[in-house]
Design a protein around this ligand. Structure first.
Ligand SMILES: [Zn+2]
Length: 542
């Protein structure tokens, strides 16, 4: 952190440092911004039709290549007077400051560097699972930076683990079926192939990030699906072209740093070359997403579809372990190979939602409101208490992980029953129209079936609990009178008893059945509290 201020002294016009917000240990996030013309006002840069690249470093402190490579690249771009004229570059110097200060030797499978930090931040969160839920102050500050500078291109620098092979650098690009078709067309046909070509010319041939279905990569590799909890799953909701570099942990550290350096250099160069095109694509994508009606909420790998790609690996073998005496895996670097292997890179959407005209969010859900504000979601507030006719979801089924994951008990397999009803909202409650460039973020967070929706991350769990009940001996008489007044429910109960012998044998279960199907039962139980306004009504706003 001492290095950047020294550079600013040498190049005060073109390098500026900004401190944003806080992290979980109270230190701010430092953003180093390079601007050839010395313009550092994001709004003015938009007016001047400049592109912005945001580069994130050190989210996993044991993976510090990007931290070092960024310092080198900033120095070189300035000292060689090679700043691009149409691209402003923003570097987050170190994102996980808290973890970086927690020095250790915990990444035992890695070949250097000598000193590095710990993966968890001060709250022991993996920050690269925190983008959608925003538990850490680091994530909230990242949202502030992203939505202030509004980059068209984002890069997150990492180090891999897993199999051994010949490549120093591997790459995760936004999964094409999850990315907007306009951006996917450009990245898959132009930008990504160009990055692969230029990296090979620099001596750092790349391969897609190696995630194997089975033990070794020769059985095929699978494209990484970055859901919105990950940095690039979150940035894709903002229609930003996004990459993750993953250097290989067993290659010498200097090579890992240089490959990260060259990748950033090539990305910047291509962005300069394609600056008008990337600007147009962003504007067109924003406009199309404003109009888009149906949104995918979850994805699954299509195991039928794959490409064959050349892969430079090392032969894998098995030999007796000195620890257990049982077979252990090893890679033989004396036996390099090039084989064509399967690359699975097709995902199918497995859940969809049609957007409503607007979502209505009670102000009680303060964290949702805070996150929407940080993400510059346009919101209106009701001027008066207002009863609205809208669609509310009842949660009819869901699964919950038995152990916490990143501080939450994630929900999945959510099933819904949409019901048209009237709900009273209060003065100051929020109405979010779905005609915004950031629609993907709005819909993917608010639709409970979203893989990383706010519902999945336990934001609304209080609605999963029943609040009122009855005393059996009191309700017996009331229920009997109620059945007399409602013969249709009596019939329904009798039919249910013939279907369900357990019910027929249990007095308390029958009483409960009457209660649940009567008007006495709370209407808000399992009712998701965010409303879906489907028809255009005139509303008074503050
Ligand atoms: Zn990582």
């Amino acid at each position: 952190m001492a290095y950047y201020p020294q550079l600013v002294k040498q190049y005060p016009k073109q390098l500026r440092l900004f401190n944003y917000g806080s992290t979980d240990i109270g230190k701010p996030l430092t953003l180093a911004v390079l601007s050839k013309d010395g313009v550092f006002d994001p709004a003015l840069l938009k007016k001047q039709n400049k592109r912005v690249i945001l580069i994130n470093n050190g989210i996993h402190p044991g993976e510090p290549e990007g931290i070092d490579a960024s310092m080198m690249l900033v120095r070189d771009l300035l000292s060689k007077n090679q700043l691009p004229k149409d691209v402003v570059i923003c570097f987050i110097a170190v994102y996980n400051i808290d973890g970086s200060l927690n020095r250790g030797v915990s990444r035992i499978s890695q070949n250097g560097p000598r000193g590095y930090g710990f993966r968890g931040n001060y709250r022991n969160l993996d920050l690269n699972r925190d983008f959608i839920k925003g538990d850490s102050r680091n994530a909230l500050t990242f949202m502030q930076i992203l939505n202030t500078w509004q980059p068209e291109v984002f890069l997150d620098n990492h180090t891999s683990d897993g199999a051994d092979y010949q490549y120093v650098m591997t790459l995760i690009e936004t999964q094409k079926d999850k990315q907007h078709p306009l951006l996917a067309d450009y990245t898959s046909k132009t930008l990504s192939p160009e990055l692969y070509k230029r990296m090979a010319a620099s001596g750092y041939e790349m391969i897609p990030y190696v995630e194997s279905e089975k033990a070794t990569p020769d059985s095929g590799i699978v494209a990484f699906l970055e859901t919105p909890r990950f940095s690039t799953g979150y940035t894709v909701q903002h229609n930003i072209i996004s990459y993750v570099t993953e250097t290989h942990m067993l290659k010498p550290y200097d090579k890992r740093v240089w490959s990260t350096y060259y990748f950033m250099q090539h990305l910047i160069d291509i962005c300069q070359r394609d600056a008008p095109k990337i600007g147009n694509l962003k504007r067109q994508t924003d406009a199309q997403v404003q109009q888009q009606n149906t949104f995918a909420l979850n994805w699954a790998l299509d195991e039928e579809k794959y490409d064959m790609i050349p892969f430079k690996g090392y032969e894998a073998g098995y030999k007796p372990s000195e620890i257990s005496g049982l077979n252990r895996l090893y890679y033989d670097r004396n036996k390099p190979y090039t084989k064509n292997i399967k690359y699975y890179n097709t995902y199918k959407a497995t859940a969809f939602a049609d957007k409503p005209l607007a979502y209505v969010i009670p102000q009680a859900w303060g964290k949702v409101i805070d996150l929407f504000k940080l993400n510059k979601v346009a919101m209106h507030r009701l001027k008066h208490d207002t009863t609205l006719s809208l669609q509310m979801y009842y949660i009819t089924d869901y699964k919950t992980s038995p152990r916490p994951y990143e501080g939450h008990y994630l929900h999945s397999g959510v099933k819904l029953n949409p019901v048209d009803t009237k709900v009273k909202f209060y003065e100051g409650d929020y109405v979010v129209y779905t005609n915004q460039p950031i629609n993907r973020y709005i819909v993917e967070t608010l639709e409970p079936q979203g893989v990383d929706s706010f519902f999945a991350w336990n934001f609304f769990d209080s609605y999963l609990g029943q609040k009122e009940h009855y005393s059996d001996y009191v309700f017996e008489d009331i229920a009997a009178a109620y059945l007399k007044q409602h013969p249709e429910l009596q019939k329904q109960l009798e039919a249910e008893k013939t279907k369900n012998p357990q019910l027929a044998k249990s007095a308390s279960a029958q009483l409960e059945y009457v209660y649940r199907n009567s008007e006495y039962f709370e209407k808000t139980y399992l009712r998701y509290p965010v409303g879906r306004l489907l028809t255009d009504v005139k509303l008074d706003f503050q």
